[in-house]
Design a protein around this ligand. Structure first.
Ligand code: SAM
Length: 293
């Protein structure tokens, strides 16, 4: 049975629990948006249109995988997990809050043969994926589908983009401000390291916006759903060099690149040295990283 707001409240109250703010526990109870998230994950239809030019290793071999692998971070009470399992997913669900594990075990029992429920913090040292889960994710293509806790969203998405070519698609609920950074282009206020470190490997689209009323408890900020589609080929030449150039430039996003590079013994070969980091496209930054610009 689908979880409504009153189901979620009852599930917690029956165990004497309350939502934990420090774990970003804002439970999504809006059925329409839950359905849209599952739809955007393309678990049942063709995963990606052939004309999109996007790679989808899971789909390259016919016949189609009937149980696509999905990673969900922070299943909470299982409101989204239930829909994903109903849609046929083979689900890896990672929840840090041990208090929620018994609720999840009970709610998700009907699909136990397609579920790996793991109690763990998905991040080790705040920006690397927990190694045992990383090993599992490297085994086969998967999709990320999650209402992400705010503390985890940015480092997780960067790591999945850069380190996990097996992550072929992502549908993630994030704070609106994070969604704007993820989709920002050169020249826009929100453009910066997060935009570049994700767009180098994923095409990013905003697919929905949600008011705080869709969640319990009501968060202070708006949220948005973004869809991330892995590119056939990364837009950067070397991940480590690209990342160091991004970090170097965006320490001083409004200074002229000529000055920034000179201070580090580097120079611009072709680019106008009076440009500022926030004005450079991803390809121009990649060129600087590889000594081409
Ligand atoms: N999926 C549920 C929903 O949509 O209603 C809950 C989403 S809630 C925004 C975020 C969830 O992530 C919470 O269940 C929280 O306990 C969990 N969480 C927070 N930090 C985490 C971490 N580092 N690793 C794994 N889960 C985490």
């Amino acid at each position: 049975m689908v979880q409504t707001l009153s189901t979620i409240r009852q599930l917690l109250a029956a165990r004497g629990l309350r939502p934990k703010h420090r774990l970003g526990q804002n439970f999504l109870h809006d059925a329409h948006h839950l359905d849209r998230i599952v739809q955007a994950a393309e678990l049942t239809g063709p995963a990606l249109p052939p004309s999109s030019g996007q790679a989808d290793p899971a789909n390259s071999a016919a016949p189609r995988d009937t149980h696509p692998r999905v990673l969900e971070i922070g299943p909470g009470t299982g409101v989204l997990s239930e829909r994903l399992l109903e849609a046929g997913a083979e689900l890896i669900a990672v929840e840090v809050d041990g208090d929620l594990i018994p609720i999840l075990e009970e709610r998700l029992a009907p699909w136990a043969d397609r579920l790996r429920l793991i109690q763990a913090d998905i991040l080790r040292n705040k920006n690397q994926l927990e190694p045992s889960i990383a090993a599992m994710l490297n085994e086969a293509p998967f999709r990320l589908v999650a209402n992400l806790p705010y503390q985890v969203a940015s480092p997780l998405l960067v790591s999945l983009a850069r380190d996990f070519p097996t992550c072929i698609l992502g549908v993630a609920m994030v704070q609106d401000e994070v969604a704007r950074r993820l989709t920002a282009q050169a020249g826009e206020d929100e453009y910066g390291p997060l935009s570049l470190m994700v767009q180098a490997w994923f095409r990013v689209e905003r697919v929905a916006e949600l008011s705080p009323d869709c969640f319990w408890p009501r968060p202070e900020v708006r949220s948005a759903v973004v869809k991330l589609m892995r590119l056939d080929r990364p837009r950067c030449s070397d991940a480590a060099q690209f990342e160091s150039m991004v970090r170097l430039l965006f320490q001083s996003r409004r200074k002229q690149i000529g000055g920034i590079l000179r201070r580090h013994g580097l120079k611009t070969v072709e680019l106008d040295p009076t440009l500022r980091p926030e004005e450079l496209t991803l390809e121009q930054i990649d060129g600087l990283a590889m000594g081409r610009n």
